[in-house]
Design a protein around this ligand. Structure first.
Ligand code: ATP
Length: 234
């Protein structure tokens, strides 16, 4: 479904991604791990069209994405949930969810899609009329994920969703990933919480200094403490 080849990216003169090759098959949960500053966020942003200077190839369902602006990639079925949750304070949970459909062809089916997504997130269903700013950090993260899912993306990219969230909600979050995967949602996940991430993933890629240095099944990487220590310590 997603085939990244020789992806490079720059911020000004800084050559941040040097050689990124990643494949994600339909229905897979693939994890991208690596130290702080290794280039994980830049990889997701480059796939979504949010980094100005990129080279290489990002094929999504057989179509080159690097020639397209971010909104066109969204319409092809790519979604990205950034690390900093962008919920809109002042709007309630329902209106935040509706924002996820604003540019979508599915807008006419809003009520049905809100019902569908809140079934996956019972916490949001209970708080549907509550101002989003009153949600806990973890609930706001779930809202950000739900808002991306509501437009039924073909592939969702999640950037450090468990960052700064209380442990009980982290458990819920990883259960959610398992559930989404079981429902056939394709996920590319960036996580610092390496063991937890590998325990839900099918496969994983390790990035270091902007280069993919290793890839394996999640099971194999989970057992490889040497690689984890070398490349994944914060
Ligand atoms: P973290 O786990 O800390 O989020 P990461 O693996 O996601 O790290 P990136 O955020 O992709 O890493 O950053 C890769 C490199 O690019 C880092 O050296 C970072 O300082 C740099 N960088 C990131 N964003 C910018 C920017 N907007 N302008 C300049 N340099 C940037």
């Amino acid at each position: 479904m997603l085939k990244i080849r020789g992806l490079q990216a720059w911020y000004g003169q800084s050559h941040v991604l040097q050689e990124v090759d990643i494949d994600v098959e339909r229905g897979e949960l693939v994890c991208l791990i690596g130290r702080n500053g290794a280039g994980k966020t830049t990889t997701l942003k480059s796939v979504m069209g949010l980094v100005e200077k990129v080279r290489g190839s990002v094929m999504f369902n057989g179509e080159e994405m690097l020639d397209l602006p971010a909104h066109a990639r969204f319409h092809r079925g790519l979604a990205y949930v950034p690390e900093e949750r962008r919920i809109v304070p002042g709007l309630d949970v329902r209106d935040n969810l509706r924002l996820g459909l604003i540019a979508s062809k599915l807008k006419r089916r809003e009520a049905e899609l809100i019902a569908e997504v809140t079934k996956i997130f019972p916490r949001l269903a209970e708080r549907i009329n509550q101002n989003a700013i009153t949600l806990s950090g973890g609930e706001q993260q779930m809202l950000a994920i739900a808002r991306a899912l509501i437009a039924r993306p073909k592939l969702i990219m999640l950037d450090e969703p468990s960052e700064g969230i209380m442990p009980a909600l982290v458990d819920e979050m990883f259960d959610l990933f398992r559930q989404l995967r079981a429902q056939g949602v394709t996920i590319l996940l960036v996580e610092q919480n390496v063991e937890r991430a590998l325990s839900v993933a099918d496969r994983a890629y390790v990035i270091d200094h902007g280069v993919i240095v290793h890839h394996a099944s999640a099971e194999v990487l989970l057992a490889d403490s040497e690689i984890q220590e070398k490349y994944c310590a914060v």
